[in-house]
Design a protein around this ligand. Sequence first.
Ligand SMILES: Cc1cc2nc3c(=O)[nH]c(=O)nc-3n(C[C@H](O)[C@H](O)[C@H](O)COP(=O)(O)O)c2cc1C
Length: 442
Amino acid sequence: MEQEYFYLERKCFRFKQEHSCLEQEHSCLEREHSCVEREHSCLERERSHLERKNSHLELDDSRLERESSSSNAQFPIPKIMNTSINLFTPVQLGSYTLPNRIVMAPMTRLRAIDNIPNELMATYYAQRASAGLIVTECTAISPLSLGYINCPGIYTEAQIAGWRLVTDAVHQQGGRIFIQLWHSGRVGHPALLGGELPVAPSAIAGVGSLHTPIGKVSLETPRALEINEIAVIIEQFRQGAANALAAGFDGVELHGAFGYLIDQFLQDCSNQRTDEYGGSMENRSRFVLQVVEAVASVYGGDRVGIKLSPSNTFYGMYDSNPKETFSYVINALNSFGLAYLHLMEANEVDLSTRAVINPVTPYFRQIFKGTLIANGGYDHSTGNDILAKNDADLVSFGRLFIANPDLPQRFQINAELNNPDPQTFYGPDAQGYTDYSFLVNS
Ligand SMILES: Cc1cc2nc3c(=O)[nH]c(=O)nc-3n(C[C@H](O)[C@H](O)[C@H](O)COP(=O)(O)O)c2cc1C
């Protein structure tokens, strides 16, 4: 009995010892945890300090060059991944609160017979209404800006009524939709323009070809715009925005990318004017800034976005100093309080020719103070990565949205994606347009 008692006492003593060891270990872990927390909050403070410092830098042109080549390039600021922000984190875009950060990129699909939007297009866009934001295909502001057969316009009553079908259908599904306003400039052909020559800042032909009613033709040398005609086009952009408002659009994106008229004014390969719209980058930016001002006078800056593609070489585009040119214009855009800037990355063709800025988005993140949409080759994982790195606020998807009308849902549950069929990208009918399967049907 005594022995048993002694044995139990020893066991009890051992338990007590073990318990106190565990307590010590626990308090050690607690100390370690609070150290890590302190370190984390220090790093967060450092990161927000660096971000503030960055955004307060005086971004005049020469200094921007120095900073990007010294502090950013040689001593990159360490990025802390903020994995709490992803494609499904709601976001404020101008005056709208979006349920997710997944944008449907603008895509020309050439289903607008006679340039008038229709029921088929309404079905197509409504199918994709779960995007945080839809941006429509590029839409002509005047008959002289129609670069393609069966692309839509927004300059007649019939076109406004046609677009009303689209905006109503998207709104009924709970979505938001911006129209992409567009002037094709030198990317045109008399066969598409009632026999008239396309117009451009200067009489310099783009590189490439177009499908027209008389077949595939090379781009022709355009006619240089008279200075008084420039004011007319700016007014057509303003009227296009007013018509878009009448058609029920939630906002407007200006097509400033891909070698169309706005881009042609910006880059010196296509703008060799000697008046106030050419020469210095201040002059080459004048047109786009006046267009932004005109469109914002209708919608307010917070419902206007713009797409730029500083590294794309479509239709033979280039600039002798793209960093300087695009830094200047993007800095100037800061004063409009825009809903967003939409930037496209270079693709393989651009990289194999003369893309100078790569990647584009982090570079201009340092300059643009508003909301930034990244575009170009993103998928679910790389889209989340760029948001977590805080290099962009939203991501737009083009080809993935063609083939996956319910792209957000597929991302959310990591479902398999349908593959887009390039043969049916550009018309003529519902095939490859509204017949891609939804998850529930597949
Ligand atoms: C069929 C097709 C048509 C396009 N049309 C337009 C257009 O009208 N306006 C525009 O800004 N970009 C247009 N783009 C470019 C897309 O908006 C986007 O920048 C490009 O597809 C890269 O994004 P992704 O890699 O997610 O597809 C088009 C792209 C495709 C595939």
